[in-house]
Ligand binder design. Structure first.
Ligand code: INI
Length: 158
């Protein structure tokens, strides 16, 4: 029985990272974790393009434009939405998630959801390099895994 999965061998191509300035203390840490994970898996800075946007709500548009343009093997989206600080948490978090998924499904390019959605600042910091790993690094790994899995699927190669 053939089993297909993406591995973490160094993929070819360029990668885009779309990162939100809102809650920058957290998102800068996510970006650092993301860049570090790419580097440790054979994708150096020269193959990475970083795009800053105002908030997580703006992430999907830029991610989709980049995915449509076709210059990147995958697009990683980083942001941080904290419920304690906003009445429109559900809108921002929900639309960011839906928009990122839509960008991937409409383009066929992996668009990775590395947007933290937490109740508190402490939870966000813990997931951005403190007690609970770094979601930015996990997002880079997911991008590499998806690019390598897509390369194994039947049909034309990107
Ligand atoms: N954007 C975030 O990325 N995180 C948040 O926690 C947040 N809060 O708290 O409101 C937030 N709001 C800004 C939003 O993403 C847009 O930039 C803004 O609404 C303009 O479209």
């Amino acid at each position: 029985m053939p089993i297909y999965e993406g591995d973490f061998s160094p993929p070819s191509g360029r990668f885009a990272i779309v990162v939100s300035r809102f809650n920058a203390l957290v998102t800068e840490a996510l970006l650092a974790g993301c860049l570090d994970a790419f580097k440790r898996h054979g994708v150096d800075d020269g193959r990475l393009d970083v795009y800053w946007v105002p908030g997580s709500f703006e992430v999907p548009l830029i991610a989709r434009k980049l995915a449509e343009a076709g210059g990147h093997a995958a697009v990683v989206c980083l942001g941080c939405v904290i419920r304690g600080e906003t009445g429109h948490y559900d809108h921002v978090a929900g639309q960011a998630a839906g928009g990122v998924l839509q960008a991937a499904l409409t383009t066929g390019v992996p668009v990775i959801f590395g947007v933290l959605t937490t109740e508190t600042v402490e939870q966000a910091l813990n997931r951005a390099g403190l007690k609970a790993g770094n979601k930015g690094g996990e997002a880079a790994m997911a991008a590499i895994e998806m690019v390598n899995l897509l390369a194994k699927l039947p049909g034309p190669k990107p």
